[in-house]
Design a protein around this ligand. Structure first.
Ligand code: GDP
Ligand code: MG
Length: 556
């Protein structure tokens, strides 16, 4: 296929603005899939993706399109739409020369529109603005055109107004792809240089790496090397994605496709890695970095007898996602489990949901935490969410973009939900890593009658210690059963007590209500009490049932 007739592009959008629907129409228009009423988000294969309407794994499709007597090969490279995956987005974009920036005609520019635009802008791609959903009654495409001109400095006459749902003007989008996006700049005569921009694991065939060829040619039987791991492999299969895998003899520079080479798991084909031919080393493509987890949480089986099942489910899922880190961990209260690292909160939720849906696992996930670097000093240890405003841009009269520097731990738990509810759903949010900052953090202990509960030790900001300590003490108070003596629940920093709750002593015994009652009822109560005991853990003289831990530790 002549390089001049190849276009590599991606669709970027804020969630729900119509990226998947537009992809469906493009697949139909080019005859890649049949036109039926059932084509809904064809590229979104996972159940979680369909349910949550987000893209987790990037999908790629090669489309053939005839225009003015010439046949074009259009490679549509999907990107995950969410901030948690912004590194994957930037790698997928580096395989492209242009993007379709889809903006909802009703909602206008949102947080991820901005974040994704800048990823494309930094990669120096041609940006084609597409205003979608013009069929909606409240659609205001002119307002959105003005926003696009103001925020992104793209002349409003470059916007294409479409309805992806009805198919209106979608053909014009394909023409713009051909006219406005340049063909890839590649050298077929140079030695092979291929970018891995995604990888998946197949039970039977091993790792399937999605690749974009910058230079050279690759064919079945070639020996290739990973620049990152320096391991050598023999290529078993190459092909294009249509969107299903279709083997071909070779892949040439400028093409996008897949490659299978006996890699055992996805850590051997990491996103951003460069592949080259054995004994023909090349300069690796720039920008590679290993995935860096930002959010950590403990994961435990609901019941220890489920440990092995959960272990194998986690192993299978991580075969497909090299960005999740797994370390064995154990908790006195919750038993044996793992400490998992995720790219972000959504990533964590999706992982959890996939465990439940695809492996039928029931798990306890503890409240997520973020990494800190501790610096030892004489005392070990810089508004409500500790944010510093960076700038403010008015998108139009009704909309403003605010930029803040936030501590990550302030946004991992419930920030997104609070923001949505405070703004009645109008605000949208996006973030990027701004590095480590110094902060006055303290280690907070939770004590039961003076004894530390190890599983509840946390690191908190000094100014929030009181309110967080109080909340934990209250949650514990409400979930601890009364015992024969009074229980003092305290939150402490060093030797200083900052919050306290009390559980009053238990007066009656379980059978007190059953004076003269029938014997079977008494037996039942005694049995229940005995069963409860099995799951207790003793902290000093205080018995803590497993459930109390779950209630305090679990993500709310
Ligand atoms: P994505 O999250 O960007 O992939 O968005 P989807 O393609 O999943 O679309 C989100 C929702 O918007 C779905 O319910 C679509 O049916 C709907 N939608 C997409 N395009 C249009 C359109 O042109 N008009 C209307 N009315 N709805 C649309
Ligand atoms: Mg989608």
């Amino acid at each position: 296929f002549p390089v001049e007739n190849i276009r590599n592009f991606s669709i970027i959008a804020h969630v729900d603005h119509g990226k998947s629907t537009l992809a469906d129409r493009l697949l139909e228009l080019t005859g890649t899939i049949d036109k039926t009423k059932n084509n809904k988000q064809v590229l979104d294969k996972l159940q979680v993706e369909r349910e949550r309407g987000i893209t987790v794994k990037a999908q790629t499709a090669s489309l053939f399109y005839n225009c003015e007597g010439k046949q074009y090969l259009l490679n549509l490279i999907d990107t995950p739409g969410h901030v948690d995956f912004s590194y994957e987005v930037s790698r997928s974009l580096s395989a492209c020369q242009g993007v379709l920036l889809v903006v909802d005609a009703n909602e206008g520019i949102q947080a991820q529109t901005v974040a994704n635009f800048f990823l494309a802008f930094e990669a120096q791609l041609s940006v084609i603005p597409v205003i979608n959903k013009i069929d909606l009654k409240n659609a205001d495409p002119e307002r959105v055109e003005n926003q696009i001109e103001k925020v992104f400095d793209i002349p409003s006459d470059e916007c294409i107004k479409i309805s992806a749902k009805l198919g209106t003007n979608v053909e014009r989008v394909l023409q713009a792809v051909i006219e406005r996006i340049p063909p890839p700049k590649v050298h077929r005569k140079n030695p092979l240089r291929a970018l891995v921009f995604d990888s998946t694991f197949d039970q039977y065939r091993g790792v399937i790496a999605n690749v974009a060829l910058f230079d050279g040619v690759v064919s079945k039987g070639d020996k290739i090397v990973s620049a990152h791991t320096q391991k050598t492999y023999e290529v078993n299969e190459v092909g294009v994605l249509n969107p299903n895998e279709q083997p071909t003899h070779k892949l040439y520079a400028g093409q996008v496709g897949y490659l299978i080479a006996g890699m055992k798991d996805v850590t051997e084909a990491q996103i951003g890695d460069t592949l080259y031919l054995h004994k023909q080393p090349v300069e690796p493509l720039p920008g590679f970095k290993s995935a860096k987890p930002m959010v950590f949480a403990g994961m435990y089986p609901l019941d220890q007898s489920e440990y092995n099942n959960l272990k194998s489910a986690i192993e299978k899922l991580t075969l497909n996602d090299s960005s999740v880190t797994v370390h064995r961990d154990s908790s006195l209260a919750l038993g044996a489990g793992w400490r998992l690292g995720f790219l972000g909160l959504l990533h964590m939720e999706v992982f959890n949901q996939r465990l439940e849906q695809e492996y039928n696992a029931s798990v306890i996930l503890t409240t997520p935490t973020v990494p800190y670097k501790a610096v030892l000093s004489s005392s070990k240890l810089i508004k409500a969410r500790r944010a510093v405003q960076k700038n403010m841009i008015f998108i139009d009269q009704n909309r403003v973009m605010l930029k803040y520097l936030f501590p990550l731990n302030e946004i991992v738990v419930d920030f997104y939900d609070s923001l949505k509810s405070l703004s009645s759903g109008y605000a949208s949010f996006d973030y990027e890593d701004a590095g480590y900052q110094t902060a006055e953090l303290v280690k907070m202990d939770i004590l039961l009658n003076g004894n530390t509960v190890e599983e509840l030790v946390t690191v908190v900001h000094k100014d929030k210690a009181h309110s967080i300590g109080k909340a934990i003490c209250e949650r514990l108070r409400d979930s601890l059963p009364r015992q024969l003596f009074e229980i003092a629940i305290q939150a402490a920093i060093g030797s200083k007590i900052i919050a306290r709750e009390t559980v009053k002593a238990y007066r009656k015994n379980v059978l007190a209500k059953c004076y003269g009652g029938d014997i079977t009822r008494k037996m039942k109560l005694l049995k229940r009490q005995a069963e409860g005991k099995k799951k207790l853990r003793k902290i000093g003289n205080v018995e803590v049932p497993k459930d109390a831990f779950i209630k305090v530790l679990k993500t709310v």
